[in-house]
Design a protein around this ligand. Structure first.
Ligand code: FE
Ligand code: CA
Length: 528
């Protein structure tokens, strides 16, 4: 669809701008030149657009713009009547919405929680746009997003950040405020966007609701998290790419297996509710809309000739965690578990695995990023009795599946593979190797795992004690919360591990804890 030249009539435009006084904090948040973290966090705009706006799934000629009509976000139906509502949207080249490039009307439907996922087409590649919505005479906050470069375009630089694990009760999402000053092209979320379970300790705010099971429960949980002003600002400032981990549904679930070992048909009804609420509340394209308990989330985004990103789904299609008999459901730290090496143990399912391997060998990009929720590197742990043991919910429970991917990276000479992950609430920089026992072997790929936005870290001393058994780990830190920032150029990949001083302080500040670099053609990160 080509961009119309004169897309707004004088009357229509005046009417649209008439509500511009309602523009909220997200507008200021979207400005790259906004002053540093000195500004107080904006309050949510309130009214119809209390949950803000977002964009995601960028392509060379468009992106998805999102909002939800929810004047009473935590109430059933978000406080909306059960009827379809027409919503106008517009996309401009400038923040003042003087140079409109597209406009249209979409319908917010009650069966999808009055959310909108407008997939824009026909925009120019590699440039920034502004967007906003209007319904019932109210104008939304403005958001800013961008298209990606044309396929094959020669690129000199790309900056992105990635985040994971944001337990509402354990802190404020101030790490996102720091990202507003980072001049990013993209923000990647690697899962645990919401938590279904309460925090045992260290609460700074409360869910004020029991563990979600129904669609309305999950919608209210997503709405609650979206009320964090810094999260809203980050959604308004950058296009996002997202995948989920377990807590969007149920701790440590695996395919149709819940942590509490519910009958699979019962759990799949719950999963369907959780997947629907997830799709509704994130800027995902309409084609990803779930059908029952199934939703296609994994995808590939190719950023010119510089970076190809494969976003993986490591929950929906995986085998149950191995060696769970007689133990709690979900993951366990187990010794003597040969089943974790069984080639039949799948982490991403055969179809997604074929797609991933083919994507990697056909990629035209200099750097090849696998964005997935977990620590991928082997992590040899110890039982209390000192026996070698492994955590079965991570890739160590699916070791043959991991080896198939790493072997493929090596045998097909995939250009500069980098893996990013989350889930473990701590920073890890690792050398990914087919056999980590082979100390002399060069790494096959470089891994960066980010710490949590707020969720409590793993016990530092416990994991630090494992490091001598895991010489492929180049860095570990679990005592700090934050995110990871990456800059990609043809010659060099730079990663900054970013930390916030105190997530219990809504005015917390960020700094760089450590920086690493990977040179083109040489897997393995070195301190920068
Ligand atoms: Fe988590
Ligand atoms: Ca997790």
């Amino acid at each position: 669809m080509p961009a119309p030249r004169s897309s707004t009539s004088a009357i229509g435009r005046r009417a649209f701008l008439g509500g511009a006084g309602a523009l909220g904090g997200a507008l200021a948040a979207g400005r790259l030149a906004a002053p540093a973290a000195a500004a107080p966090p904006p309050r949510p705009a309130g009214g119809l657009f209390a949950l803000g706006v977002a964009s995601g799934d960028p392509t060379p000629d468009g992106f998805v713009i999102w909002t939800r009509l929810a004047p009473d976000p935590l109430a059933p139906g978000g406080g909306m009547p059960p009827e379809p509502i027409p919503v106008d949207w517009e996309v401009a080249l400038d923040e003042g919405f003087r140079r409109i490039r597209h406009r249209g009307t979409a319908v917010a439907r009650p069966e999808w929680a009055h959310t909108l996922h407008v997939e824009l087409r026909g925009l120019e590649p590699d440039r920034w746009y502004w967007y906003r919505f209007r319904a019932r005479g109210t104008v939304s906050p403005a958001g800013r997003s961008r298209t990606i470069p044309a396929r094959g375009a020669s690129l000199v630089r790309l900056r992105f950040a990635f985040a994971s694990c944001q337990h509402w009760e354990q802190g404020y999402f101030t790490a996102y405020r720091a990202m507003l000053d980072d001049g990013l092209d993209l923000l990647v979320h690697l899962g645990d966007y919401i938590y279904e379970t309460p925090s045992g300790a260290d609460q700074v705010r409360r869910h004020e609701a029991p563990e979600p099971v129904t669609l309305e429960d999950y919608r209210a949980r997503h709405a609650l998290y979206k009320l964090d002003p810094d999260l809203q600002r980050a959604h308004a400032a950058y296009p996002w790419l997202v995948t989920w981990d377990d807590h969007e549904v149920d701790n440590d679930y695996a395919g149709a297996e819940s942590q509490d070992r519910d009958p699979p048909d019962v759990f799949l009804r719950r999963r369907a509710a959780a997947y629907q609420a997830y799709w509704e509340h994130l800027p995902l394209r309409p084609a990803a809309q779930p059908r029952g308990p199934s939703m296609r989330l994994y995808q590939r985004v190719t950023w010119g000739d510089l970076l190809e990103v494969a976003v993986l789904d490591t929950r929906q299609y995986r085998s149950d965690q191995p060696c769970g008999e007689g133990r709690r459901g979900g993951g366990n730290v187990v010794a003597e578990c040969p089943a974790r090496l069984d080639p039949a143990q799948t982490m991403i399912g055969p179809e997604q695995e074929r797609w991933l391997l083919l994507s990697l060998e056909r990629s035209p990009a200099r750097w090849n990023l696998i964005a997935q929720p977990l620590l991928m590197a082997e992590l040899r742990q110890r039982t209390a009795a000192g026996a070698e043991a492994y955590w079965t919910d991570g890739w160590d429970g699916y070791a043959a599946a991991r080896a198939r991917i790493l072997t493929h990276l090596a045998s097909r000479r995939v250009s500069n593979p980098v893996v990013i992950g989350g889930d473990i609430h701590s920073f890890w920089v690792t050398d990914l190797k087919i056999d980590v026992r082979d100390a002399a072997a060069a790494p096959v790929a470089t891994e960066f795992v980010g710490t949590s936005i707020t969720s409590l870290g793993v016990p530092y001393e416990t994991f630090a004690a494992y490091l001598p058994d895991n010489p492929h780990v180049r860095f570990f830190e679990s005592r700090l919360r934050g995110y990871v920032r990456c800059e990609v150029t043809p010659r060099r990949w730079t990663t900054d591990l970013r930390v916030v001083d105190d997530v219990r302080d809504p005015e917390g500040r960020a700094r760089t804890l450590a920086a690493f670099a990977v040179e083109d053609g040489r897997p393995g990160a070195v301190r920068a």
